[in-house]
Design a protein around this ligand. Structure first.
Ligand SMILES: Nc1ncnc2c1ncn2[C@@H]1O[C@H](COP(=O)(O)OP(=O)(O)O)[C@@H](O)[C@H]1O
Ligand code: SF4
Ligand SMILES: [Mg+2]
Length: 331
């Protein structure tokens, strides 16, 4: 097994918040990430999935150092990122590049397509001539006729492709794509997903791919990590998790997927409504309130990951007693 490219050890992120606006009470603690540990090997894709608010973007920002963790360790190629100061961190930064959900918001409106791609090339000491830029455009399926256009003159799919080309321009070792399909029309989503699949094959990318859609991550991930309220609920090889999910929350994500073939006996999803608040979380299993399999001992359990096999870990003390269903949606 290869040495991991990225390793997180017990990474946490807390925000101090007022639980009610205009409240005189002391600040509360919003736990966005709670002791998250995992690693990604070179050339692998880890898919991160979970409902809105479970901490996916916070995790992406912490890895890219757009946010500082409140605790824990991050190692990239064996080096601690948490200990690095500004200048060495700036040099390392080109090795991990983010791709955002909303490419419009992350592109400079005053930069043409050429400027958008030439800038990072120049910044990292590479040749920034038209042929280098055109070659980047070709990698993401865009034509050179777009070189003089501005972001507002591109379609949503073209903008996201440009965002991907910009991330690729510095030849990063790791791409962190935070819901890169969510802002696109459904027909364009499939095309951009295909682009990720092509790039994986061509460039041997290491990718952290974030989505709220289990079907999407099932398509392109080697491993899948399921998060709930800032904690990992399950992490496993894709085949394991699709065929035999071990966590009730993973099963609930399967059940919440829109049906490919509409059936009459649709079960009511236990995920209707929002997840509980991450402010001052109660002890015990985080999924307790929504879990149909809960028992009194679950109130004492802190969601530490338990080993089902070498390829699957789960944060549920009852996993062995449950028989959950997986790939019912034909992922
Ligand atoms: N800067 C911030 N200040 C306070 N709370 C935040 C901040 N950023 C994120 N959060 C909270 O952290 C939790 C996780 O958010 P986020 O990482 O954006 O989740 P996701 O990307 O899975 O939707 C949410 O409850 C969100 O409101
Ligand atoms: S530990 Fe208990 S409450 Fe938590 S997911 Fe497992 S069965 Fe449900
Ligand atoms: Mg997000």
């Amino acid at each position: 097994m290869n040495e991991p490219l990225l390793t997180l050890k017990r990474v946490s992120k807390e925000f101090a918040v007022h639980s009610k606006i205009f409240s005189r009470k002391p600040l509360s603690k919003l736990v966005a990430l709670d002791e998250v540990s995992f690693s990604i090997s070179p050339g692998q894709t880890l898919g991160l999935v979970g409902e809105s608010g479970c901490g996916k973007s916070t995790l992406a920002k912490i890895i890219c150092r757009l946010e500082k963790p409140s605790g824990g360790e991050i190692h990239f190629q064996g080096r601690s990122l948490t200990a690095l100061h500004r200048e060495p961190l700036r040099h390392l930064r080109k090795h991990f590049q983010p791709i955002f959900q909303d490419p419009f918001g992350s592109l400079n409106p005053r930069f043409t397509v050429f400027d958008t791609l030439a800038e990072p090339l120049r910044l990292f000491g590479k040749t920034a001539d038209p042929s280098a830029v055109i070659s980047l455009l070709q990698k993401v399926g865009l034509g050179e006729e777009l070189l003089v256009r501005y972001p507002h003159q591109l379609s949503g799919g073209q903008r996201q492709r440009l965002g991907i080309a910009r991330a690729l321009s510095v030849e990063p070792e790791l791409l962190i794509a935070d819901e890169p399909l969510s802002s696109l029309d459904v027909s364009v989503q499939a095309q951009v997903l295909d682009l990720f699949l092509d790039l994986q094959k061509e460039l041997n990318l290491t990718l952290l791919f974030i989505s709220h859609d289990l079907r999407v991550v099932g398509h392109l991930s080697d491993q899948i990590m399921v998060m709930y309220l800032g904690r990992i609920m399950e992490i496993a090889d894709t085949r394991e998790i699709l065929q035999s999910p071990r966590h009730p929350y993973t099963q609930a994500l399967f059940e919440a997927l829109p049906k490919l073939t509409p059936g009459r006996n649709r079960r009511r999803s236990i995920l209707q409504g929002d997840p509980p608040s991450p402010i001052d979380p109660k002890p015990g299993c985080r999924f307790f309130n929504r879990c149909p399999y809960r028992q009194p001992p679950c109130k004492e359990y802190d969601n530490g990951l338990l080993e089902v096999s070498a390829r699957q870990k789960v944060a549920c003390i009852r996993w062995d007693a449950l028989s959950l269903t997986g790939n019912s949606q034909g992922i």
